[in-house]
Design a protein around this ligand. Structure first.
Ligand SMILES: Nc1ncnc2c1ncn2[C@@H]1O[C@H](COP(=O)(O)OP(=O)(O)OP(=O)(O)O)[C@@H](O)[C@H]1O
Length: 254
């Protein structure tokens, strides 16, 4: 498939610490890419640079042929670059239905009318229902977020991200903090993401990485040290070295 998204020479330092070193990467539509690496490798920083939360000191971010490097995060979202966060950012007193409805209305530029006027809008309601259904959240659609399982909260974040109609979706550890009994639900939801969407997922759970990803990129100390097929990653000496420096247990990349 043809290229949808590309970063070129993305570079960032915090003080004297080089956290992104000349990172270049391209993704076609429909990509399923896992970005892995030891703690502190610069994975979240990479997502922050791509989505405009922070500015690079050098390099470019290109979406659909447009250079978006100078755009802020909100304008990048409108162009289709959407992320989720490592730690949930939801309102515990609101329901999943309200979260997704507000996101759809915001996308449509109608959020100022807020919830009072949307109730009769069956197009919005249908879209919201469809998104919640796709993520398996229909039964909890009208429960307060603070009362639903953490795995469901994480799924809600994906529903919200999808409500923004992304072209490229960056998932920062979608299974982090989720009890193992709930991870199959996350996996199923990831499998059902729209096929044309390009997805980059940061994840430490290697079982999930191997099931999800068609391609794996490994970052260590801000640099790409490996790019290839999932089955190749564990056998790569540079990768083993990078992980073994941080983890006593080689299973992390096995
Ligand atoms: N705003 C910041 N100011 C200074 N240093 C930062 C900032 N953000 C990140 N860092 C540092 O940059 C390095 C990379 O952090 P980052 O969170 O990108 O790594 P990561 O690969 O996502 O790690 P983890 O797997 O633990 O989430 C770390 O050493 C971190 O302390």
């Amino acid at each position: 498939m043809s290229e949808l998204f590309r970063v070129e020479g993305l570079t960032k330092s915090f003080g004297g610490l080089a956290v992104s070193r000349n990172i270049s990467l391209a993704m076609p539509a429909g990509e399923r890419l896992a970005l892995i690496g030891p703690n502190g490798a610069g994975k979240t920083t990479f997502v922050n640079l791509v989505t405009g939360q922070i500015k690079p000191s050098a390099g470019r971010v290109v979406l659909n042929g447009d250079d978006v490097t100078d755009l802020g995060a909100v304008r990048r979202v409108r162009k289709g670059l959407v992320r989720t966060f490592q730690v949930t950012r939801l309102f515990s007193d609101m329901t999943p239905e309200e979260h997704v409805t507000l996101t759809v209305l915001q996308r449509e530029g109608r959020a100022s009318r807020i919830l009072s006027r949307f109730t009769g809008d069956s197009t919005v309601a249908d879209e919201v229902h469809g998104l919640l259904g796709a993520l398996g959240l229909v039964e909890v659609a009208r429960r307060k977020v603070g009362e639903i399982a953490y795995g469901q909260q994480r799924l809600l974040e994906i529903a919200i991200a999808l409500a923004l109609k992304p072209k490229v979706l960056l998932l920062d550890e979608p299974a982090a903090g989720v009890p193992s009994s709930e991870t199959p639900r996350i996996e199923q939801a990831l499998e059902r993401l729209p096929p044309s969407l390009a997805v980059l997922m940061i994840e430490h759970d290697m079982d999930l990485v191997f099931r999800f990803a068609k391609r794996v990129v490994v970052l260590a100390a801000g640099e790409i040290i490996f790019e290839g097929l999932p089955f190749e990653v564990a056998a790569n000496d540079k990768v083993r070295e990078a992980y073994l420096g941080n983890y006593a247990n080689a299973r992390s990349v096995a």
